[in-house]
Write a new protein. Structure first.
Length: 432
C-alpha cells in the first residue's frame, strides 16, 4: 500500500502487514531499538527489519516502483542487531556478533543467502574473547554482546559485553588495523593500548568531571561517533545521568556534557541532543568535549510544550557535510495536539534552525516499547524506516492475527503474536 502526502507529494510505503511472513501470519515487524542502526545498504536497495522473536528479515527495495519485497527471514547472520556496512565496498555486507565474535556476512543476491567472509580480520572473525582482548571471560562467565555500533568507514566497531543490559562490565573496541581495546566500567580502567589483553590495565584519566563514579550498574548501550574516534557511552550508576565520551585508543574519558541525557546521534565529533530548554522540542548540537550547546530548532511555537520522547538518526553522515539529522517524536497517549508531536522531522544544524516536517509516524505510545517510533535514516538520506502501530488509529483492526478479523488489547505490550496484543508494522517514508 502506498499513500501520498497531498501537500508535499512525499510517498509512504506500508512495508509489512499481517501476511508478510509466509509461515507466521500476524507476526509483528519493527525497526531496531536504536534509530542509529544502519539497516540499509549503501545503494539503498536492501534493508533489514526486526521481526518478532528477534529474527533478522531482509527486504529488497525497488526505488523506481516504490515497493518492497521480503527476501528472507532465514539468513544466517545472527540476531536482529545486524547492520550493513556504511561504505560502497560493503554494499552487500552485513556485520553482526555471534557469541563473542564479530563477523562480516556477505549477501548473495542470486539466492538470498548469506555467508561469513573467511578473509575478514584475517581469521574470518574478530574474537573479543581472545588472549589479546578479554582473555576468556566471555566464555567463563557466559557473557554476551548486547549492543554494538560501527563507524562510517567500517574500520572501527564498539560493543557492550557482559551479563546483561545495564549490567554489562565492558566496552570492547575493534579496529581493523590495530585490533582490540577495552574499557571496564566496574573498575574504571582500560586495556594498556591495543591487543594487550588483561595484562597491566590502566586507570581512566578523566578529562573532566569526578575522579571516578561509585556503584556502577553497568553499560546500557554502545555507540560510536561516525569518525570512530569516540565511544559514546551510556553507563548506569550513582550520579551518572548523562553520556560519557571515551577517546578510543587512549584512557581518556570526557565527562563534560552534563546535559547529554536524551537519545542522541553523533556526526564527526559533534553530537545532537534534546536539551529540554523551555520546550521538549529543543534539539541542539555540541562538539564532543564542549559544555555549551547550540539550539538547532526554532522552538518558539512549542514553548512550554513537553515531548514524550524522541529518537535521533544520522546514519547518512559524511565528513565535512552538515546533512540534516532525523528525529522521530513520540506521542503522548494518542493525543496529538501540538507541533512536531508524533512526527518524523528533519533538523538542520547549519545555523538556519530549519525543521523539515515530513509526516506523522502514527504510533500510539500506548502499548509499550515497540509502540513508539524509531526511524533509521537510509544511507543516502532518501528515505526512513519507522516501526508503527498505525492501525491502532484505523478502526482498531488487524492486530492479533493480522487478518483484519480482530481487535487488540491495548493493555498488552505491542508486537506479541498470538496474545491479541497490538501488532506493529513498518512504514517507509520518502524524504524530499
Amino acid at each position: 500500500m502506498v499513500a501520498k502526502d497531498p501537500d508535499y507529494g512525499n510517498r509512504i510505503l506500508r512495508v509489512t502487514d499481517g501476511l508478510t511472513h509466509p509461515t507466521l501470519p500476524g507476526i509483528s515487524f519493527n525497526t531496531p531499538a536504536s534509530a542509529e542502526k544502519n539497516i540499509t545498504s549503501y545503494d539503498e536497495t536492501l534493508f533489514i527489519l526486526r521481526a518478532e522473536g528477534s529474527q533478522a528479515c531482509l527486504f529488497q527495495f525497488d526505488k523506481v516502483n516504490f515497493r518492497a519485497t521480503l527476501r528472507s527471514c532465514n539468513l544466517s547472520i545472527g540476531g536482529a542487531g545486524a547492520e550493513f556496512g556504511y561504505t560502497a565496498a560493503n554494499n552487500d555486507a552485513v556485520y553482526n556478533w555471534v557469541g563473542g565474535r564479530m563477523y562480516r556476512f556477505v549477501i548473495d543476491r542470486t539466492n538470498w543467502t548469506a555467508s561469513a567472509d573467511p578473509k575478514f580480520n584475517g581469521t574470518g572473525y574478530f574474537d573479543a574473547d581472545s588472549p589479546q582482548c578479554l582473555a576468556g571471560q566471555i566464555a567463563a562467565n557466559r557473557w554476551r554482546v548486547h549492543d554494538h555500533a560501527m563507524s562510517s568507514d567500517d574500520q572501527t566497531a564498539i560493543a557492550a559485553i557482559g551479563v546483561g543490559q545495564d549490567k554489562d562490565q565492558y566496552y570492547v573496541v575493534w579496529n581493523a588495523a590495530k585490533g582490540c581495546q577495552w574499557l571496564d566500567v566496574k573498575n574504571w580502567q582500560v586495556s594498556r593500548g591495543w591487543n594487550t589483553g588483561m595484562s597491566s590495565p590502566v586507570k581512566i584519566s578523566w578529562k573532566s568531571g569526578p575522579a571516578s563514579y561509585a556503584n556502577t550498574g553497568g553499560a546500557h548501550n554502545a555507540q560510536i561517533d561516525r569518525s570512530g574516534a569516540y565511544g559514546v557511552l551510556t553507563v548506569n550508576g550513582a550520579k551518572i545521568g548523562h553520556k560519557l565520551f571515551w577517546t578510543i585508543g587512549t584512557n581518556i574519558v570526557d565527562d563534560s556534557c552534563i546535559n547529554c541525557a536524551s537519545h542522541w546521534a553523533c556526526d564527526y565529533g559533534i553530537c545532537f541532543w534534546n536539551q529540554q530548554k523551555g520546550s521538549g522540542y529543543s534539539m541542539s548540537s555540541a562538539p564532543i568535549g564542549a559544555t555549551a550547546m547550540t539550539l538547532n530548532m526554532n522552538n518558539v511555537p512549542a514553548m512550554g510544550m513537553l515531548a514524550a520522547g524522541e529518537h535521533s538518526s544520522h546514519a547518512n553522515a559524511s565528513p565535512g557535510a552538515k546533512n540534516p539529522y532525523l528525529v522521530s517524536w513520540d506521542t503522548n497517549l494518542n493525543a496529538v495536539h501540538q507541533i512536531w508531536q508524533n512526527e518524523l522531522t528533519g533538523v538542520n544544524w547549519d545555523g538556519s534552525q530549519r525543521t523539515i516536517r515530513f509526516n506523522k509516524v502514527w504510533n500510539s505510545g500506548k502499548s509499550g516499547f515497540w509502540s513508539t517510533s524509531r526511524c533509521p535514516i537510509s544511507r543516502q538520506g532518501n528515505y526512513a524506516l519507522c516501526g508503527s502501530d498505525y492501525q491502532f488509529l484505523n478502526m482498531d483492526l488487524g492486530f492479533g492475527n493480522g487478518l483484519n478479523q480482530d481487535t487488540c488489547d491495548h493493555t498488552r505490550n505491542a508486537g506479541r503474536r498470538g496474545t491479541n496484543s497490538c501488532r506493529t508494522d513498518v512504514l517507509l517514508f520518502e524524504l524530499k
